[in-house]
Ligand binder design. Sequence first.
Ligand SMILES: [Zn+2]
Length: 133
Amino acid sequence: MTANERDTTKAGLFTAVGRAVMLSCPRCGARGILDGWFKLKDNCPNCALGLRRAPEADEWFGGYFVNLMASELLMLVVVIGYVLIKWPAVPWATVEVLSVVMVLVSPVISYPFAKLLWIALELVFGERAESGT
Ligand SMILES: [Zn+2]
């Protein structure tokens, strides 16, 4: 798809979530919607999907919740993976340090993914609920 094509048809759940995980627009799949790691552009440059909402509207609460879940999952996968790789001679002091580092780093890593996942869920379920389809 070129940047000039507009695909504003509603994406299915797996398509929208897959695009969000790839840091692409959940609706059209266009890249280049991030304005830095912590900021989304106002709108998708391809399909004009609104990507930023008013913070006072509490619409990012779901995004923060998704970020919490994603960062906890990422931390668990890394720490448990490390323990399994080192088993049975696990250096537990290293596991403690790794856990603390992952608590601090994983929310930063998962931040844009969580925001886009929330937009994807809103896109699929929010519009579906409004239109009744
Ligand atoms: Zn788009």
